[in-house]
Design a protein around this ligand. Structure first.
Ligand code: ATP
Ligand code: MG
Length: 459
């Protein structure tokens, strides 16, 4: 969404959203930006004041809260408004900056199933609306004139880098257990430290996460894992992860008894995760790549630990864990392939890299190299020689791609029709194409039509 930069001391709401607030005010209602967008604007200001690099992200979406009832909002905006969540008082309004969600000030009734309030009551009081929100940093509202409503000290908490529940943490997590993971996610993404009571209540109430739909857990967990401070949050709360992924618990404190390693399996995994770019599949693979280690552990006569076959054990566990949280199939399959390949040696030759490229494709091979780099950075420092090997593999990859080397059937100089013309039929066509591709990738045949056809005719 296009918007002006938030400049220190001059919080700026994008033009389209300003126009929306003006329209509601002109019709006699109160209207405020609220929640995440206000938090992110204030944070951008704070960080700019402190000269932080890189600048923080811009708000993902613009939420507006208003004293207008949903039908009043609909009447004000006419065909620019869509009743997207009337039950909760939400109307989506088109603006020059994209859609904005406009929600009537509301109170949440008693909570059913730890996730959904039994009833929603509209109110004309902004303060009451702010009181239902999860964390103080998310419970601030800002209007057109730059007035900030902040009844719970969200700005102070943001300045001090604190994550604090609005109200009593136990009660708030018991109303809606998803807030446990949301809190960890905000802490991981924004670098906020959990205020003591909030942090303790996260652990005390973690079992309640069992009542939360796997899709919701998946969404928050993915954001958590991609946070810049994900490692710290995971290290603080392995027990929360253990509620939906009990397979992770044996990693915690598991001594590897091996000179390659300076961390237990859990810390090794979170350090590896911290060394990867924030790509969801990659972060997930980093956390899970060694999850099969405790089960694969053996100790030799010299008291040295080994983990023969641990990648296969990790694959099996990771697959089940990702299925449980209902990750999309392509996401799960990619993570599992990265886990399967994490410990495989890729020879630093055209053939070695070419074969990996053929199996994984460019994007995934680059993720694999990033995983290998991160895995190695999380091992004892005497083993950093691996970094040069990985860099060399990447150089070869870049060169193969620059040379437009053939690594997929698409790029092969012959296709199925050519082979059918030679008299091949059915599955024999596919098999012959695969053989040709292998030979080309391995450098045994040139990727030239005549040479390939000759090979097929003669074999
Ligand atoms: P993001 O930047 O990821 O969008 P956000 O803070 O805007 O973060 P949303 O999920 O978009 O998060 O929710 C918008 C606002 O609604 C929050 O800032 C918070 O005030 C309130 N909110 C959302 N979910 C909850 C919840 N489970 N309990 C209480 N308040 C919530
Ligand atoms: Mg939001």
């Amino acid at each position: 969404m296009q918007q002006k930069k938030a400049v220190s001391g001059m919080l700026s709401i994008p033009e389209g959203v300003r126009a929306l607030l003006e329209t509601l005010e002109a019709a006699g209602y109160e209207a405020w930006c609220v929640g995440g967008c206000v938090r992110d604007m204030l944070l951008a200001d704070l960080r700019m004041l402190n000269g932080a690099q890189p600048p923080v992200r811009e708000p993902e979406d613009w939420d507006v809260t208003t004293s207008a009832l949903p039908e009043e909002t609909l009447a004000v905006f006419g065909d620019r408004a869509l009743p997207t969540g009337l039950k909760h008082g939400t109307v989506t309004v088109r603006t020059a900056d994209g859609p904005a969600e406009v929600t009537t000030y509301r109170l949440d009734g008693a909570y059913r199933d730890r996730r959904h309030p039994e009833s929603v009551t509209f109110t004309r009081s902004l303060e009451e609306d702010l009181a239902r929100r999860d964390f103080t940093v998310n419970a601030m509202a800002l209007n057109l004139r730059g007035e900030l409503r902040d009844p719970f000290g969200g700005r102070r908490d943001l300045e001090n880098g604190d994550l604090r529940c609005v109200g009593a943490p136990d009660r708030r997590f018991q109303e809606d257990a998803l807030r446990i993971l949301r809190g960890m996610r905000f802490s991981a993404a924004l670098g906020l430290d959990e205020e003591d009571e909030t942090g303790r209540a996260i652990d005390r109430n973690r079992e309640l996460l069992r009542e939360i739909a796997p899709e919701r857990i998946q969404a928050e967990l993915t954001k958590l894992l991609c946070g810049r401070y994900a490692k710290e949050v995971l290290d603080n709360h392995p027990g929360v992860v253990g509620v939906f992924w009990p397979e992770a618990l044996p990693m915690v404190g598991f001594d590897q008894r091996n000179i390659h390693h300076c961390y237990d399996v859990w810390n090794h995994s979170t350090v590896a995760l911290a060394n990867t770019p924030p790509i969801p599949e990659l972060r997930c693979a980093a956390l899970l790549h060694d999850i099969g280690k405790p089960a694969a552990f053996t100790l030799d006569e010299d008291g040295v630990g080994h983990f023969y076959g641990h990648a296969a054990a990790s694959v099996e566990l990771a697959d089940g864990m990702l299925r449980r949280l209902k990750f999309p199939n392509d996401f799960r399959e990619r993570v599992v392939r990265l886990v399967a390949w994490h410990d495989r040696d890729i020879p630093r030759t055209d053939r070695g890299v070419g074969r990996a490229l053929r199996r994984l494709g460019e994007e995934e091979l680059r993720l694999l190299l990033a995983l290998k780099r991160a895995d190695n950075l999380a091992q004892a420092s005497a083993y950093r020689g691996r970094q040069a090997e990985i860099a060399l593999a990447e150089e070869i990859l870049d060169r193969l791609l620059a040379e437009n080397a053939c690594f997929s059937l698409k790029q092969l100089a012959v296709n199925g029709n050519d082979l059918t013309a030679l008299g091949l039929r059915g599955p024999a066509v596919g098999r012959a194409l695969e053989t040709l591709l292998s030979k080309v990738v391995d450098g045994e045949l040139p990727n030239q039509r005549a040479a390939l056809l000759k090979f097929v005719t003669e074999s």
